[in-house]
Design a protein around this ligand. Structure first.
Ligand code: SAM
Length: 358
């Protein structure tokens, strides 16, 4: 099996059968070899730098009904909130002072935030913080809406594909949602010029090793600039409340595989990883990740954005999260840097430089 890791290191791709064999046949020793190679590759592109993104969870309303998610519309026990434009801008101000140069606006699919309202917020953030990157993560929209966000100044878009397999996708989502539309969105976003992030949950109900291999092939084909993965964690008020969580071990292994498959990808060690293990994010970085996303949302709303149970950091102020992350990264020999933290592809830098000049 070590030869498969060496092949992946050299060619940045395996066949479906090879991914299946490697994921299905993984051992702690293979994991160590994989992580060593993953660290080596990330060092080549990013040194020991860890990029931080300030996450602003601006609405917990959602019109969708994904079976795994605590924000699903059928969850009557979820407390709903939405931040005002001023509240969002004040999160950015706080974040800017703390050294964040990327803001991530994430939320449920909330019809209140029409294209017009979102464009207005994007323009306000980009005009106050022209040296910052703005990432959106607001779900499935039309080509025209994505284009309007991009023209207003948004730089990046996160939309996990969740699972590349249609059959598996339909077990996790209501009938009106499809893997095909999710993939259409990702291709639209890419063609518009966004730095795009796809991704999936590890250990979601009924996920097979073959599904994970297909996820790797989809990622390879899409060539996203970012990939967000984290363990599935049950939320007690959803239909998957009694399902088993994904494991730390498999999530780390998948992070390592992604680093070897897309060597220069921006790869976060996610909050979900920190939730299933107190050292999850540090271990994520040591497995090839190079991004962390501390929370900038106001403390009053943090415990209302509950995608899954036992989410960490719900009682902390932004400054505490920022400092805590710095210490955690330092403890493993990595440095949190004050930077937009763009993908290495220079085209994206050019757009930023032109924006700053004009
Ligand atoms: N509405 C936007 C979207 O659909 O992309 C962004 C918000 S959505 C809540 C962000 C991500 O949270 C999803 O893509 C999903 O992978 C993850 N998520 C939701 N429920 C989860 C759970 N129970 N365990 C782990 N991750 C979960």
């Amino acid at each position: 099996m070590t030869e498969l890791i060496e092949k992946l290191e050299k060619q940045s791709c395996l066949t479906r059968d090879e991914y299946v064999a490697l994921i299905g046949g993984r051992t702690p020793e293979l994991g160590e070899l994989l992580f060593e190679k993953a660290r080596c590759i990330r060092r080549k592109y990013y040194g020991n730098d860890v990029y931080i993104r300030g996450l602003i969870e601006f609405t917990s309303y959602c019109k969708n009904d994904c079976l795994y998610c605590g924000l699903r519309r059928s969850n009557r026990n979820a407390e709903r909130y939405r931040l005002t434009k001023d509240e969002i801008l004040s999160c950015c101000k706080n974040g800017y002072e703390l050294g964040f140069r990327t803001f991530v606006l994430q939320g449920g699919e909330d019809p209140y935030f029409t294209c017009e309202r979102l464009v207005d917020i994007i323009k306000a953030i980009k005009s106050e913080y022209p040296d910052c990157a703005l990432t959106l993560s607001v779900g499935e929209k039309s080509f025209e809406e994505y284009k309007a966000y991009y023209d207003a100044g948004a730089d990046r878009y996160l939309l996990r594909h969740e699972t590349a397999d249609e059959g598996h996708y339909s077990l996790l989502h209501p009938e009106e949602m499809s893997a095909e539309n999710r993939k259409r969105c990702l291709r639209d976003l890419k063609s518009i010029g966004f730095q795009v992030g796809c991704g999936f949950m590890v250990g979601s109900p009924w996920q097979t090793v073959e599904n994970l291999a297909d996820d790797m092939l989809f990622i390879k084909e899409l060539q996203p600039q970012m990939v967000g993965i984290g363990p599935f964690i049950p939320q007690h008020d959803t239909p998957f409340g009694d399902k088993k969580a994904g494991t730390l071990e498999l999530t780390l292994f998948m992070l390592g595989l992604i680093r070897l498959t897309l060597p220069s990808v921006l790869l976060p060690a996610t909050t979900a990883l920190g939730t299933i293990d107190p050292r999850g994010r540090e271990l994520g970085i040591l497995s090839g990740a190079n991004v962390v996303m501390p929370n900038l949302s106001p403390r009053e709303v943090r415990d209302k954005y509950l995608l899954y149970d036992n989410k960490i950091c719900t009682g902390d102020e932004a400054a505490e999260c920022r400092n805590c992350m710095q210490m955690r990264m330092k403890s493993i020999g990595y440095d949190v840097v004050v930077s937009r933290g763009d993908h290495t592809n220079t085209e994206y830098r050019k757009r930023n430089e032109n924006d700053l000049r004009s």
